[in-house]
Design a protein around this ligand. Structure first.
Ligand SMILES: *Cc1c(COP(=O)(O)O)cnc(C)c1O
Length: 384
């Protein structure tokens, strides 16, 4: 279990950090400042530092301060999507000729960003199984500027020892980036374990209601945070005020949602564990998970994502997805409603044929916060 390094408890910060009552009206929630520009009192006379909403917007500032507080970092930044955050980060910390180590299990879009976009700009990468820290060490080169880790990973729920990989990256003068989307800062705080930057798709658990697309970066160090903020403005992929407000609203209930996601997932895992058609389960809460001990050490609970393989190959896996009713067939994850999908044909179609290819008989579920009995009954029906 990680220690929250904050003067206040996590849930208190989630509801209050960056969100003092509006000084003019007393509104207890930050208003949606749906505005592009700000009146100046004489040339250069800014009220509160705002001049143009790409550079800064008060609703986005509230979210950014809250993000920094929740991850225990010096600077939080909100973007239009998770991939926009990743792109801004990578083109801030990497230059042509640089090398990065990436995981062999990751969000398909992250891999596509490296393999199809950044590779054209002279950034090379090697794929390592980051669940084994020594494989990260073996992949380092003199030009390695960063190590990228996703834990738990998508879709195989691999667990990487953040503290161990931080040490390895730092010994080579490289930064450690952790995609904390699956855990959220409520369950895991990578910066306290030595990571330099945390990445989020706030589309997922942070927003939590499947009603917004967004991304975030949180930097441990103020200097790097400043550089990222410079590039956020220079590259322009910012979160709009309404989207920032939705994510801020979602974050207020992050703690109670993650507790329920985790306990509902445990009930789904119990069903899968006793089901004859399920051949393998991927969940860090299982004592049989290869890195269960690491997960127990660095996570507060094991989260709401579960993947499993079924007897009968790809067609059987597709049929389970098609038969589920309460589990909605769809991409994405982390919302209050349960989702089911076939990674091979859906979220991870873009990694087919690469080192990140996923098993064809794999099913992934994002366990929502509906009544657990209903979820168990629905999945049992879909499996039969
Ligand atoms: C969804 C996701 C992303 C990408 O975020 P978008 O908001 O879709 O751009 C990155 N990492 C992980 C782990 C994700 O699940």
């Amino acid at each position: 279990m990680t220690e929250h390094q904050h003067p206040q408890g996590f849930e208190t910060l989630a509801i209050h950090a960056g969100q003092e009552a509006d000084p003019r009206t007393g509104a207890v929630v930050p208003p949606i400042y749906q505005v592009s520009t700000y009146k100046q009192d004489g040339v250069g006379g800014l009220r509160g530092g705002y001049e143009y909403s790409r550079s800064a917007n008060p609703t986005r500032t509230a979210l950014e301060e809250c993000l920094a507080a929740l991850e225990g970092g010096q600077r939080g930044l909100a973007f239009a999507s998770g991939l926009a955050a990743e792109d801004t980060l990578l083109r801030t910390i990497l230059a042509p000729g640089d090398h990065i180590v990436i995981p062999n299990d990751a969000y398909g879009g992250t891999f596509r960003l490296f393999s199809k976009v950044l590779s054209r700009w002279g950034v090379s990468f090697d794929v390592a199984d980051t669940q084994h820290p020594e494989q990260v060490r073996a992949a380092l080169k003199p030009t390695t500027k960063a190590v990228w880790v996703e834990t738990p990973s998508n879709p195989l729920l691999g667990i990487t020892d953040i503290a161990a990989v931080a040490q390895i990256a730092h010994s080579a003068g490289a930064l450690l980036v952790v995609d904390n989307t699956f855990a959220s800062p409520y369950l895991q705080q990578p910066l306290a374990l030595g990571a330099d930057v945390v990445v989020h798709s706030t589309t997922k658990y942070m927003g939590g209601h499947s009603d917004v697309v967004g991304g975030a970066l949180v930097a441990a160090d103020a200097g790097l945070g400043e550089e990222l903020a410079y590039h956020q403005n220079a590259m322009g992929a910012v979160s709009g005020p309404f989207d920032a407000w939705l994510v801020l609203r979602g974050i207020k209930t992050l703690g109670v949602r993650m507790d329920r996601h985790s306990s509902n997932a445990e009930q789904i895992v119990a069903l899968l564990s006793r089901h004859p058609k399920v051949t393998q389960i991927f969940y860090p809460g299982l004592a049989t998970h290869a890195n269960h001990e690491v997960a127990a050490k660095q996570m507060k609970a094991f989260g709401g994502m579960v993947s499993f393989r079924v007897e009968g190959g790809e067609q059987a896996a597709v049929e389970v997805c098609n038969r589920a009713k309460l589990f909605t067939l769809g991409e994405s994850l982390g919302g209050v409603e349960s989702l089911i999908e076939h990674p091979g044909r859906m979220t991870h179609a873009s990694v087919a044929g690469s080192l990140l290819e996923v098993p064809a008989d794999l099913v992934r579920v994002s366990v929502g916060i509906e009544s657990a009995d209903d979820l168990v009954a629905d999945l049992a029906r879909a499996l039969n």
